[in-house]
Design a protein around this ligand. Structure first.
Ligand code: P6P
Length: 340
């Protein structure tokens, strides 16, 4: 690929499709529609700071349009883009208690289902902290021509066809994988295109950053407490003490650690005894990306995240993800200090 030519997301998707000889373009079409929705959400997220001018949610803005909460706005726009693609028969979303099966004839024929967190970390919008959209794509289990059913969504993460996230930060980026590595695209608002900016992302095998909400320290499992102390102990050979970096927005913490090396931990806590993060649309897509970039993702209870068989749409799991050597160490601490 000519290193000076700008490669747009759609050009890249088409090129990658040529690497899948039997691909008919359905996945390509689906990914392109996700890119379209991401641009619409980018535009709205970047206006959020103008609430005084545009009005806050529940009010009517200067254009006379109802101002929606941004996570509802994002949910609606991703759902309409996925419906319009004609490749997706239904979605599971953090914003919806149950699955949303698309009932048009075109959508019922869709081969894929999507799980998503349309706007993760949305509580950070008012303080201008980066937020994100997270998505996973699976092949449906039920026959085409029928409405999607819950069984289509309760699949192990290893069955993901693709996964990715959009981070709405100092710039808006889309990072995704179809199982052949991880690539990052930065939105160039001047041309309205996501352009390949981070080809073939590989996460460092170890890093110097650990990300965890230490306010929950008292109730952390012993293995996590031991790992935190390990991170803080001086050791020249392993570049410790590490730096503690925690934004409180999964996509932002994950993205920094993916590029620089590091580990993100959300263990069980007093408030979330099985962990806070959702398996279907937070942990599985991020675990898929992490592994595709050479990293690792486990639940600290002896399970690889991608191997966990979901038993409910909004199931929460403990989540340890990032540089392989760092995850291996916390996983060992957890094995050596099992909780009764
Ligand atoms: P805590 C945001 O609310 C979120 O779902 C993730 O984006 C983030 O990693 C986590 O919760 C932060 O949770 O309990 O540390 O505020």
């Amino acid at each position: 690929m000519n290193k000076f030519k700008v490669v747009t997301l759609n050009e890249f998707i088409i090129k990658m499709q040529l690497d899948f000889p039997y691909a008919k373009g359905e996945l390509s079409n689906l990914l392109s529609h996700i890119g379209i929705a991401a641009k619409i959400v980018h535009r709205e997220v970047n206006k959020a700071g103008l609430v005084d001018i545009l009005g806050s949610q529940g009010s009517v803005n200067v254009q006379g349009e109802e101002v929606k909460k941004l996570d509802v706005f994002a949910d609606e726009h991703f759902i309409s883009a996925l419906k319009a693609s004609g490749e997706c028969c239904g979605i599971a979303s953090e914003e919806n208690d149950n699955i949303v099966s698309f009932d048009s004839e075109l959508a019922r024929d869709g081969k894929y289902i999507v799980t998503m967190d349309p706007l993760d970390g949305s509580s950070n919008i008012d303080v201008n902290v980066s937020i994100g959209t997270i998505f996973s794509i699976y092949r449906r289990q039920t026959p085409q021509g029928h409405k999607a059913e819950e069984i289509d969504f309760l699949q192990e993460g290893t069955r993901q066809v693709a996964a990715g996230y959009i981070i709405y930060g100092s710039s808006t980026m889309m990072v995704y994988s179809t199982g052949k590595g991880v690539n990052g695209f930065t939105l160039d608002p001047s041309i309205g295109e996501f352009c390949l900016s981070h080809p073939e992302i590989k996460t460092p095998s170890s890093g110097k950053i650990y990300s965890i909400n230490e306010g929950n320290y008292i109730k952390f499992p012993v293995g996590v407490k031991k790992y935190i102390k390990y991170c803080q102990e001086p050791d020249i050979q392993t570049s410790r003490p590490y730096s503690s970096r925690y934004i409180g927005s999964l996509v932002a913490d994950f993205h920094r650690n993916l590029l620089q090396g590091g580990i993100f931990l959300y263990p069980s806590t007093l408030s979330y005894p099985t962990g806070k993060l959702r398996l279907l649309y937070e942990c599985n897509p991020m675990a898929f990306i992490a592994e595709q970039a050479g990293g690792m993702a486990v639940d600290g209870l002896g399970n690889r995240i991608l191997d966990i068989k979901p038993d409910s749409l909004h199931q929460r799991v403990p989540f340890f993800v990032g540089s392989r050597k760092m995850v291996e160490i916390v996983d060992r601490f957890m094995r050596e200090n099992p909780e009764n």
